[in-house]
Design a binder for this molecule. Structure first.
Ligand SMILES: Cc1cc2nc3c(=O)[nH]c(=O)nc-3n(C[C@H](O)[C@H](O)[C@H](O)COP(=O)(O)O)c2cc1C
Length: 335
């Protein structure tokens, strides 16, 4: 496997964003079927949980998922280093620090988006992790929080992380408002400011800077890749995952056909079979597949079957085949 490289102005990266409760290992396995190129992110895992909790449960994944980045939450450099060191034994291709999540739980632990106010501490966290791992260490942040001036806040953070050796900075191009908005509102209400991130890139040409937030399709992704090194999609990739089928071809020029839906379904049935044989439930897997046929005739019946029948005791992968039969005839032979 090729090691993940972050080379500013050279290697472009398309990533699927870290999303709590969404980008778990089953989701990532499913996404990986559709794009070999996409860099996949785990959900955020808190450093303390790795140090004290069930490591295998938190960190195990399927080998197919590479390239795979683990996102850590925390603000204690030593603990982050300890967690990164443990995690790296599992073979992750990158360690990413969350400096963008605005939930109360995260704020009370003094990490996530409130770290935008503590750029020097973020720098120390990066340095501590860099010291113990040889894979890239990256940061995902906002353009600022609350009343911060986004020019100053993002410049300060970016300077600190580069000085401490970060390999890339992924920027969600909106502020987080720590008072008064829920995490969900904080993904929609603060206005997007792509210009701020494009400017940051223009001023830091030797650094790898990726952009995130509100990117709706691969055309917009391509436009951002003209101005930044990376583009990261969250909700669109999750709700309309078939967009991932075109990433390798359209963004990277690979001469591959999008994977046929029938092959996706076959692979997911095999995957589900294995998961069930280990005592898992079908719904753990199918819940990520609800949006696969978005916009196609039969998609509603497909969704209904998946969401009502996958939850039942002893639900088998047959449910997937049954759901697929609702859309199958509407897909052209090559799709
Ligand atoms: C359900 C959900 C969970 C999220 N969890 C995380 C997380 O664990 N870590 C993180 O950095 N961002 C998290 N985010 C934010 C996304 O990574 C991304 O920055 C945000 O959704 C904006 O990108 P988008 O407009 O393409 O969705 C989450 C977003 C959603 C929708």
């Amino acid at each position: 496997m090729k090691l993940l490289m972050y080379q500013a102005n050279k290697d472009k990266i398309f990533a699927v964003a870290p999303m709590m409760d969404w980008t778990d290992r089953h989701c990532r396995f499913f996404h990986r079927l559709m794009s070999k190129r996409a860099l996949l992110y785990t959900e955020m895992v808190v450093a303390d949980a790795i140090i004290h909790g069930n490591r295998d449960y938190l960190l195990e994944y399927n080998n197919e998922e590479h390239p795979l980045a683990l996102q850590l939450g925390g603000s204690d450099p030593e603990k982050l280093a300890q967690a990164a060191k443990i995690a790296i034994e599992y073979g992750y291709d990158e360690i990413n620090l969350n400096v963008g999540c605005p939930s109360d739980r995260v704020q009370s632990g003094t990490f996530g988006a409130c770290l935008m106010r503590e750029p020097a501490l973020v720098g120390r966290c990066v340095a501590a992790m860099k010291e113990v791992v040889s894979v890239p260490v990256t940061v995902k942040c906002r353009i600022g929080v609350d009343e911060q001036d986004t020019k100053i806040a993002l410049d300060d953070l970016s300077r600190e992380v580069w000085e401490r050796g970060a390999d890339a900075l992924w920027v969600h191009a909106r502020k987080a408002w720590l008072e008064g908005l829920s995490p969900k509102e904080n993904r929609d209400i603060p206005p997007l400011d792509y210009g701020r991130v494009h400017d940051l890139k223009a001023e830091n040409m030797s650094q790898f800077i990726g952009i995130n937030g509100g990117v709706e399709d691969l055309i917009q992704s391509g436009e951002h890749l003209g101005k930044c090194d990376g583009v990261m999609l969250g909700r669109v990739a999750y709700h309309n995952p078939s967009i991932l089928r075109y990433v390798d071809q359209e963004l990277f020029g690979d001469t591959v056909e999008p994977i046929p839906y029938a092959d996706i379904l076959d692979s997911m049935c095999d995957y589900a079979e294995l998961h069930l044989s280990k005592g898992g439930s079908l719904n753990h897997i199918t819940r990520h597949m609800i949006g696969l046929f978005q916009g196609m005739p039969g998609a509603r019946a497909y969704r209904q079957i998946l969401s009502t029948k996958s939850n039942k005791n002893n639900a088998s992968p047959e449910v997937l085949s049954e759901a697929y039969s609702m859309v199958k005839d509407n897909i052209s032979a090559t799709a």
